[in-house]
Write a new protein. Sequence first.
Length: 653
Amino acid sequence: MRSKPRTFCLRSFVSLALFFAFTSTPALSQLQRGRAKTSSAAQNKDIERARRAQAVDLLIETADKARLFDDLFYRARIQMLAADALWPDDEQQARAIFRRAWEAATAYDKAEREQQATDTGALPSSIEQVTDARDEVLKKVAVRDAKLAGIFLHDLLDEKDNKDKADANKSQPAPRTAWHYLSANGAYRLDLAYQTLNDGQTRNAVQIAAPLINEGVSVEMIEFILSLRERSANDADALYSQLLERAADPQTDANAVLLLSAPIVSPGLLVAADEFGSLQFRALRLAANHAAQQSIPANMQAAFFNLAASVLSRPAASSNEQLAIQDLMAQFYAIGRLLPYFENSSAPYAMYAPALRLRQNELSNQIEANHREQASSQFNTNSMTQTGATDPLRHYSEELARTTNPAERERIAIQMVKMATSFKSWDRAKRAAAELENEDVRRAALSFIQVNQIKDLTDAFKDEKENDYEGVAKFVREANVPPFAKAWGLAQVAVIASRKRGPQAAQHVTQILNEAESYAARVEQGTPERVAAYSSVLMAAAQLDPPRAWTLLRELVRSANSVEDFTGDDTGIDLTGDENSTDAGALHFSIGADVFRLEIIFATMAHLDFDKALAEARALDGHVPQAFAMIAIAKSRSQQEKQNSESRSQKPE
C-alpha cells in the first residue's frame, strides 16, 4: 500500500527537475552568451595589444638601425620620426629617441658649418650658424613635449648667443623702433611657438612663447596673442596679463601702450609712431568672427587703462631729438585714441580723464601742425578694410612692359608663369609663356603648366559628375607632358571614372588603369620619374583594384632600388634637367606632390595588409627609404588599432 506514495514522490521529483531545467535554460544561455562576449572582448583586446606591440617593436627597431646611418641628417630625421610615431604608445622611450635625434642633428649642423668654412676658406666662427637639422627636430619635439623642447631650444639659443656676442652683441634686443621688435633669439623662439600652435598644440605653444614676456612689449608678441585668441582666449588673456605686469616699469613708452591697446580697441590693426613722427599701421589677417573680437575681461581692461594712464601722463624723457619727436607723437596719438574710453563716466579709470585731456593739450602745442592733423584724423581708426585684392602679377607685367633686354624678359616671363601657375590661373600662365621668344623654353613652360593642371585634377573635379571623366581623359592624353605625368593624370581619371556605376563603367576604369600603367612602364628605369609614375598609379589602384596595387608596389620597389641615392622623402621632380644651373635667367621647372611620398604609399598598403606591406618595405635596398616605409607601416598599424578600439567602445553592449 505504500507504493503509491513512492510513485507520487518520484513523479514529483521528475516534474520539479524538468521545471527547473526548462526555466533555467534562458538564464544559462544568457550566462553563456555573456561569457562568450567577455571572452571575445578579451580576445580583441589581446589582439589589439599584440598588434600595437608589433608596431612599437618596429619603430624601436627602425630607430636603433638609424643610429648607425653614416648620413647625420637622416640619422637625425629617422630617429625623430620614429620617436614622434612612438610617442602615443611609449613616451619614455620616445623621449630617449628624441634626445638621440637631437644629438645627431647637432652633429650634422656642426659638420655643415665646418664644411662651409672649408669650402670658403673662412674660420668656422665667421660662418653663419647652421640649424637646419635642429629646426626640424625642435618642431616635432615641441608638439609632443614643450619641456623637452625648451631644453633643446635653450642649448641652441646659448650657441647663438655665444656667436652673436662675438659678432657685436646681435643677441641683445635690437635698438628701439616703433614696433619694439624681439631680439633675434626671441624671434626664433616665437617662430617655433607659431609652428607648434599651427600643429594644434596650443598649451605647448604657450609654454614655448611665455619666456618672451621677459623681453617686454613687442609687436610680434601682440600678434601672437591675437592669433592665440583664435584657439584659446583664456591662454591668450593669461599671456596678455603677464605682459601688462611686465610693462609696469619706467622703460615702457607710448608706442608700447599703443601695441598693448590693440587687443582691446583694434584686434585687426596695430599702430605705432616712427622716429619721424609719422604713424605706421599694420593690418592683421584675422578670422571674421574669431575669439580675438571677444571682449578682453574687465579686470584686464582696467589693468591696461591704469598702465596707459601712468605712461601717457609722463613727460617725454628722451634727450635724442628724433626719439623725442617719436615719443611726443606716440603720446599724442595714444591719448587721442584712448581718451573716449577714459571719459566713460562708468569706467573705474575715468578719474584719469582730466589729466590726460590736459596732457593732450600740452602735446598739441609741442607738435608740428601737419603731424598733429595726421594723428587727429586717425583717432577713430580702429579697423582697416581692404578696398580690393591686389593683382599679384601686376608687378611682373609692368616689369615685362618696361624691359627690352631678351634675357631679362625671359627671366620675368618665367617668373610670371610660375606665379600664375601657383595661383591656378592657367590662362594667365599661358599668356606669360607666350611672351617667351625661345621656342624650346616656351614649350617647356607650357608643359610645366599642363603638368600642374594634371596635379590639380583630383581637386578640380572632386565635385563634378562622373560623366566628365571622358573629357578629362582626353586632356591628359593630348597634353604635351612627360610619360610619368600622363600616368599620374590617367590614374586620377580612373578614380573620377569610378564614380559611374555599372559593369561597363567598371570596364572603363580597368582600361584607364591599364593605360596609366602602360605609361608608367615607359618611363626610363633608374629615374625618380619612374618611381613617381608607379606611385600615382598604385595609389589609384589601392582604391579601385587592390590586387593590382600589390603588383604595382613590387614594381615600385624595383624602380626605387634602381635609383641612385634614392631616399624616398624627396617629392620634387625636375621637368627640365637644368636644376643645377646658376644662371639667373636659367630655365628650371619642377613639380612635387604628396602622392609621390614613400611613407604615404606604404601607409596606404599597410592598411590593406600589414605583413605584405612590411615584406615589401624590407625589400627596399636603401636604409633610408626602408626606414621611411617601416615607420609609415608602424604608424598605420597603431592608428588602425586605435580606430578599431574606439569603434568597439562605441558599440552598444
